[in-house]
Design a protein around this ligand. Sequence first.
Ligand code: ATP
Ligand code: MG
Length: 419
Amino acid sequence: MNDLLPQDSAHWEWLESRVRALMQAYAYRQIRTPIVEPTALFVRGLGEVTDIVEKEMYAFEDRLNGEQLTLRPEATAGVVRAVVEHNLLYDGGKRLYYMGPMFRHERPQRGRYRQFHQMGAEALGFAGPEVDAELILMAHRLWHSLGLRDVRLEINSLGQADERAAHRQALIAHLEAHADLLDEDARRRLHSNPLRILDTKNPAMQACVEAAPRLLDFLGEASRAHFQTVLSILEANGVAYRINPRLVRGMDYYNLTVFEFVTERLGSQGTICGGGRYDDLIVQIGGKPAPAVGWALGVERVMELLKEEGVLPAAPVPDAYAIVPDSSALSTVFRVLETLRGQGVRVQMHASVAEGMGSMKSQFKKADQSGARFALIFGGDELARGEVTVKALRDGAGAQETLPLEQASAWAKRLQSND
Ligand code: ATP
Ligand code: MG
């Protein structure tokens, strides 16, 4: 679990604002659900025989009332619970998004943490393939708006429960024939959840998994048509994809379309976003049947990729740094700075480590380090004349002008209109 320090949090805020704008562009609205939910929600929702439920959940007993609780390992189950609890689908489908921390007790490594963060979108109450496509297009647009070029889309269809049941027989037969290649997890899951074995991270099992019967070959006509429509919309919109018949995702709640956005630039933690359709989850959680589809991106991995591709924006800096040689001027200085801030100018006021304001030299040094474009110099002579000196520190560095204090507002407007 990591602390997020100002240098990085500026980048997180930037990503958050991009994602908010994206969600607004597609008319998705935010939902915020609790970080703690009853353990049973995840066990029922994600599936008992999944990595998350078997070994990654921070589950505990509330010592005050004995309730079994879990720090959410993902947000979809909680969103669905909230949708059901508040009957949000009473007047039709809803498009929702969220951002926040998730918790999984995994082995920490690059791109894999125990508290990590996701941003996700869910469309609930819509059955058609166009909504699957809409969600994929959204994510695709996000990578573009962030300047990420090295992201590939992998997609598959998991069909419906009866189609998976037919495939399951063939899959078990294949895996049994190669029992010597299976690891302990796989042997344990062979009869309880064989599909999960296809999601293995064990390199030694890749060949066996590659050779397994493909679920795609077991799909009926309706499932195939759904998948085909999604693919056609992607093609019509210039979104490249690769059909990956082994793509099954880590939770049991998925059906039909599943997809992941992957990159080669992050080593083995290369999946930055994953999602799919989960038409049976709402019933599973106790709601009236309603289809749904969504995705979640991993913020830490996206940040890492932004760093790798060198597309992170510069950290934000103040517009102006106020230099105040004499603390007896502070009341006037405060008045002017408050006016400027009220006009939208970002102003950092000098404050020294020790008592008193510090030398002009040290104040100029701080002004420079702050990255501000201008120094506002509230010198004794200037203030005696009711003026302030504005000195450029970046573009045209050194140029300066002296303004009457009453014209601070006019200067702020000028600054804004030049931006
Ligand atoms: P993986 O296969 O890498 O374990 P997952 O299938 O468990 O991922 P999801 O549950 O689909 O992941 O979560 C969506 C995204 O959240 C992932 O694609 C990834 O970017 C991110 N993510 C998942 N687990 C972690 C983690 N422990 N630390 C950081 N990011 C994570
Ligand atoms: Mg995982």
